[in-house]
Design a protein around this ligand. Structure first.
Ligand SMILES: Cc1cc2nc3c(=O)[nH]c(=O)nc-3n(C[C@H](O)[C@H](O)[C@H](O)COP(=O)(O)OP(=O)(O)OC[C@H]3O[C@@H](n4cnc5c(N)ncnc54)[C@H](O)[C@@H]3O)c2cc1C
Length: 451
C-alpha cells in the first residue's frame, strides 16, 4: 500500500514520520523549498550599533504539550534541543484602562483580585447554579455571556481567542473550539464545577520551544523522512479504480490512499474536479490576515518589568495590535541579555485592515504602541524591527468550517483523507495528535473522520 500526502507542514510531516515508523510506504509532496509550512524560525543580525543576533519566529512561537508529546520529541532525538518557557512567563497581561494589568490566574485572584468587577465575580460564583444548556450553534461569546458576564467576554475570552485563533468570539463556535466546556456543562451542570472536578485528573501541559526555534521540530522530522519531495507542488488529483492518480511536475503516479495536509484554499483547488460542493465549502472557510512585527529595544530603555508572557489588547480598548508577546521573557537566547524582544501580532478577524498597512506604518505604529504601553523612554527607538506577513493566517472555527465536515467524511469512502489544521484543531499539538492517530487507522483501514 502507498499513501500519498500533500503538504509538509507539521501535519503532513508527522503523518509521514508515523507511517514510516510502521513500515507503510508513503510519498510526501511539498510545494515550497522548505518543509514546515507556518513554522518558520530565522536568525537576524542587528545593525552595527547593537551587534546583536536575534532568533525570530514568523509563525508559531511555542508548543503546549503533555508528557506523551515530550516522549515523542525524545524519540525524534530532539529532547536536548527543547527549551521550556521560563516560570515568569506564566503571568498574562491584558490592556485595560490605559495600562497592562495582570489577568487573574486562578480562583483566589479571580474572586479577590481587582481585575474584574463585583458583578462578574458574583456571576462566576453563581455559575454553579446556572441550569441552562448550550443550544446548537452557540458561539463562544454567547456561551460565556449566558454562563458568566459580558465583562468576561470583553476582557478575558475576547483577547484570549484573538491570541489563539486571531478570531472573534462572536463568530467562533464553542462546539468547534472548546467542546470540553459543553461536556462540563452537560455532565456537571457547571463549567467551574467541571474544572474543579477534573483538576487532578488533567495532566498539566507545558509550554516549550527549541533552542534554535520551532523550526527545529519540522527540520528534525523532515531529516528523518526517506520519501519527502520538496519544490513539488501537486497539480491535480483524480480518483481512479485503484485509488488516486496524482499529477506532479506534469507526471502522474497512482497511490492507494491520499491525504490532504494543505490549507483550505489549496485543498479546494485540488478537490474541485472531484467534488464541487466540497471545494465550495472549503473556499468559504475564513482565514484573517496577520502581520507579525519583531521589535528589539535596549533593556535599560524599557520601564516595564516584562515579567510575563505578554500583553493582550481587548477590542474595545482600541489598540492597533491584537497583542504583544514578550519573547525574551519567555525563552532564553532570543536576543542579547541587555536587550528585549517583542513579537507583536497585528490583524486577525477583528482588525484585518491594520494587518494590511504598509510596512512603515506598521513599524512606526507598533513602536508608538510599545512606547506607551511599556514605558519606553522618549527617543529610544528600536535597535531592530522587522515584519512578516501572513495573508491567510489561521482558519476560523465558525459555522463555515462545520459545513466542511460532511464532505470530509464522505471522501473517506473514496480513500481521500484530511489531516490539516482546519479539521479537528488548529494548535500544533492538535495537528501532531491527529496525525499520530491517523497513521495506524490508515494502516488498518479504519474509519477516521468521525471527530
Ligand atoms: C502567526 C501564527 C502564529 C501561530 N502561533 C501558534 C502557536 O504559538 N502555537 C500553536 O500551537 N499554533 C500556532 N499557530 C497555528 C499553527 O502554526 C498552524 O495551525 C500549523 O502550523 C498548521 O500546520 P499544517 O501542517 O496543518 O499546515 P501548513 O503549515 O499550512 O502546511 C501546509 C503545507 O502544504 C504545502 N502546500 C500547499 N499546497 C500544496 C500543493 N498543492 N502541493 C504540495 N504542497 C502544498 C504548503 O507549502 C505548506 O508547507 C500559529 C499560526 C500563525 C499563522
Amino acid at each position: 500500500m502507498t499513501v500519498g500526502i500533500i503538504g509538509a507542514g507539521i501535519s503532513g510531516l508527522t503523518l509521514a514520520y508515523e507511517l514510516q515508523k510502521q513500515g507503510i510506504h508513503y510519498q510526501l509532496w511539498e510545494a515550497s523549498a522548505q518543509p514546515g509550512g507556518y513554522i518558520q524560525s530565522r536568525r537576524e543580525q542587528a545593525g552595527a550599533s547593537s551587534g546583536g543576533s536575534y532568533l525570530l519566529e514568523s509563525g508559531p512561537n511555542s508548543l503546549l504539550g503533555d508528557s506523551a508529546l515530550l516522549e515523542w520529541i525524545d524519540e525524534l532525538g530532539l529532547a536536548p534541543e527543547v527549551l521550556f518557557s521560563k516560570p515568569v512567563s506564566k503571568a498574562r497581561f491584558v490592556f485595560r484602562d490605559g495600562r497592562y494589568r495582570e489577568l487573574p490566574s486562578g480562583p483566589p485572584s479571580l474572586l479577590f483580585g481587582r481585575f474584574f468587577s463585583w458583578k462578574t465575580k458574583l456571576a462566576i460564583w453563581r455559575e454553579r447554579s446556572n441550569k441552562t444548556l448550550s443550544p446548537t450553534g452557540e458561539t463562544l461569546a454567547q456561551f460565556f455571556r449566558r454562563r458568566f458576564s459580558q465583562e468576561l467576554v470583553d476582557y478575558a475570552l475576547g483577547p484570549f481567542v484573538a491570541g489563539i485563533y486571531a478570531g472573534n468570539p462572536e463568530q467562533l463556535l464553542v462546539s468547534e473550539t472548546f467542546p470540553i466546556l459543553l461536556r462540563y456543562e452537560k455532565e456537571y451542570g457547571s463549567v467551574i464545577r467541571g474544572l474543579i472536578k477534573n483538576q487532578s485528573k488533567t495532566e498539566r501541559r507545558q509550554s516549550f520551544s527549541f533552542k534554535n526555534g520551532m523550526q527545529t521540530l519540522t527540520d528534525g522530522l523532515a531529516a528523518r523522512l526517506t520519501n519527502l519531495s520538496l519544490n513539488t507542488p501537486v497539480e491535480q488529483i483524480v480518483p481512479v479504480q485503484a485509488g488516486w492518480q496524482v499529477t506532479v511536475g506534469g507526471k502522474t503516479e497512482v497511490v492507494d490512499k491520499l491525504v490532504i495536509a494543505v490549507g483550505t484554499e489549496a485543498a479546494a483547488q485540488l478537490v474541485a474536479p472531484y467534488n464541487d460542493t466540497f471545494a465550495t465549502r472549503l473556499r468559504a472557510v475564513v482565514y484573517p490576515p496577520m502581520s507579525v512585527v519583531h521589535s528589539v529595544y535596549n533593556r535599560a530603555a524599557v520601564d516595564h518589568s516584562l515579567n510575563g508572557f505578554g500583553g493582550l489588547n481587548p477590542k474595545m480598548e482600541g489598540q492597533f495590535a491584537a497583542g504583544h508577546i514578550w519573547s525574551s521573557s519567555i525563552f532564553d537566547g532570543r536576543c542579547p541579555a541587555d536587550e528585549v524582544l517583542f513579537t507583536t501580532f497585528v490583524g486577525g478577524t477583528q482588525s484585518a485592515r491594520n494587518a494590511r498597512q504598509q510596512d512603515d506604518v506598521l513599524l512606526s505604529t507598533v513602536h508608538q504602541e510599545l512606547t506607551k504601553g511599556f514605558g519606553i523612554r522618549a527617543g529610544s527607538g528600536p535597535v531592530f524591527q522587522s515584519v512578516r506577513r501572513w495573508e491567510r493566517a489561521i482558519p476560523q472555527y465558525d459555522a463555515a468550517i462545520v459545513a466542511v465536515k460532511e464532505p470530509v467524511i464522505l471522501a473517506e469512502k473514496d480513500q481521500l483523507f484530511v489531516c490539516a489544521n482546519w479539521y479537528g484543531g488548529v494548535s500544533l499539538s492538535d495537528c501532531i495528535q491527529k496525525a499520530q492517530k491517523m497513521a495506524p487507522q490508515l494502516k488498518n483501514n479504519l474509519i477516521i473522520a468521525n471527530l
